[in-house]
Design a protein around this ligand. Structure first.
Ligand code: FMN
Length: 206
């Protein structure tokens, strides 16, 4: 694995707990090239009504507004950029049981028919197949797998479902929970997540 993309979905910068654990993991993975995509600091292409209608106009060969052409150039560039990496680490805080809106916008930009997946009579083919994803998921509540309330984790479940749809089935996860509680409880959660990240890096490097 040579090129690693870190998609950071928390707007909390240096204070982000999911980022802290992701950075530790990435350092241990020792990729040749690492790029960070800080979604809070990135102007993503607009995926609005004009871009959606323009998609059908482009597919059917009709003339489109230059602004729509520019939006699609941006969308195609974002998909090509994503697909140029062979390992993607996502740091994802839970927001209202799902993922933060900027990450959802990024996913909506990337998930284009013909660019990220194709559909034919045989079904869906994900065009990102062969890549590896690592999810570093944080949350205030301790709803790790096996804990009461784990069924409320639409954040990890959604990320796994989306990755599978675009063809990424080699998916690993590190859970950073609970990040709300007494200082001792939060410190224990961070220590547990760092240890999980270290174990995962050792397993993937081995
Ligand atoms: C808008 C918003 C919504 C949140 N919703 C949830 C939630 O549904 N469940 C939860 O466990 N924590 C929730 N949290 C808490 C964050 O997931 C938690 O603070 C996490 O550690 C943030 O990760 P970060 O430090 O990487 O940004 C929410 C935080 C924010 C700002």
């Amino acid at each position: 694995m040579s090129r690693l993309l870190h998609v950071s979905a928390s707007p909390r910068g240096e204070r982000s707990r999911s980022d802290k654990v992701a950075r530790r993991l990435i350092a241990a993975l020792g990729a040749a090239e690492v790029e960070t995509l800080d979604l809070a600091a990135t102007a993503l292409p607009a995926f609005d009504g004009a871009a959606i209608e323009g998609r059908y106009d482009l597919i059917e060969g009709r003339a489109v507004d230059p602004a729509v052409l520019a939006a699609w150039d941006g969308i195609r560039a974002a998909v090509a950029h994503f697909l140029s990496f062979d390992r993607i680490v996502f740091s994802v805080p839970m927001w209202n049981f799902g993922v933060p809106w900027r990450l959802k916008q990024y996913i909506d930009v990337l998930t284009q028919p013909g660019l990220a997946f194709t559909v034919d009579a045989a079904g869906v083919t994900g065009l990102a197949a062969g890549r590896q994803a690592i999810l570093v998921c944080s949350g205030a509540l301790d709803i790790r797998p096996g804990q009461p309330g784990a069924e409320l984790d639409f954040q990890t479940a959604y990320m796994r479902a989306w990755l599978g749809f675009i063809g990424i089935t080699d998916v690993h996860e590190v859970q950073v929970r609970p990040t709300y509680g007494s200082p001792a409880e939060v410190e224990a959660a961070m220590d547990r997540a760092y240890a999980e990240a270290d174990r995962l890096a050792a397993a993937l490097n081995g």
